[in-house]
Design a protein around this ligand. Structure first.
Ligand code: MGP
Length: 265
């Protein structure tokens, strides 16, 4: 795949003929003529790291339709194929559409939108009103805005207001793009949010919980969030030979064909 117009191969031996034609094209480019076949990639916005901008179509296949993200969205949105996989996996389990999914840290909508592709009712919670506005806009692009209800506020206060929710999805902030500078990312307290407390609230509503974790998380710590006797399945999401993130499925979302991690004490 070619991203940001970066050539795919480097360091090939140059023949005389090749060099000649290269010089020719060099001279051509001096004339500053833009031909209709040239693709001009706009530069990334100032507050976006180029590595995230280079992945924009991986984050959103409909990026060019006018997807909106704030700077946090750029580095934290789930790549579309991973968000789709998570939603599809849940749908395969239920096999029907009329269930409710809550996305606790919905951001600009990468996961909520994919859930809404498979299920009728998605509740997107975020503390940041601007992110939710972007989410609604992006959901329109993906033609699922009628299935997503946005609630602005702290998910720890909003979750207890629900007693019938089928799936709770938690993709918390991991502490910015530098989360992987440490060997192990401690997930006990993420920017003042205790994941243990969040699980305590969530498990009163449903045992079908999903937690998005950084690839340098501690699987045992992640499994323990579910508590004693709770099954937990750890799934690595790999894109082009690299683990992008880890998804933990709890309770009845665990695939019955695998050996889950069991916390016994
Ligand atoms: P990354 O490791 O920052 O990027 O994030 P990448 O491209 O793997 O860069 P490299 O330098 O490590 O090669 C990988 C993915 O993790 C992002 O695309 C996001 O989907 C997700 N992600 C990153 N952060 C910092 C967060 C976060 O704070 N919260 C959540 N939920 N997801 C995040």
């Amino acid at each position: 795949m070619e991203e940001m117009g970066i050539p795919l191969s480097f360091g090939k031996l140059e023949t005389k003929q090749k060099r000649k034609s290269k010089n020719k094209s060099k001279n051509k480019s001096k004339s500053n003529k833009v031909t209709s076949t040239q693709v001009i990639t706009p530069p990334p916005p100032d507050d976006v790291l180029p590595k995230y901008y280079a992945q924009r179509y991986r984050l959103w296949s409909l990026f060019d339709e006018g997807v909106l993200m704030d700077s946090e969205g750029w580095y934290s949105v789930t790549p579309e194929c991973i968000a789709k996989h998570i939603a599809k996996r849940c749908h395969n389990l239920y096999k029907y559409d009329s269930i409710t999914v809550i996305d606790c840290f919905a951001g600009c909508g990468g996961n909520a939108i994919q859930f809404a592709k498979y299920f009728d009712h998605v509740i997107a919670i975020d503390i940041d009103f601007v992110k939710l506005r972007y989410l609604k806009h992006n959901a329109k692009i993906y033609k699922v805005d009628n299935k997503i209800e946005c609630i602005q506020g702290d998910c720890r206060k909003i979750l207890p207001l629900f007693n019938k929710v089928d799936i709770i999805f938690i993709a918390p902030p991991w502490g910015g793009p530098d989360y992987n500078e440490k060997e192990i990312c401690d997930m006990s307290n993420l920017g003042g949010i205790s994941i243990k407390d969040l699980f305590e609230i969530s498990l009163k509503i449903t045992n079908k919980v999903i937690l998005c974790c950084p690839r340098n998380c501690d699987p045992e710590q992640v499994a323990r969030f579910g508590g004693v006797d709770m099954k937990c399945e750890i799934e690595e999401a790999i894109i082009k030979d690299k683990c992008k993130m880890i998804t933990a499925y709890y309770g009845d979302l665990v695939n019955p064909c695998i050996n889950p991690i069991m916390i016994l004490e």
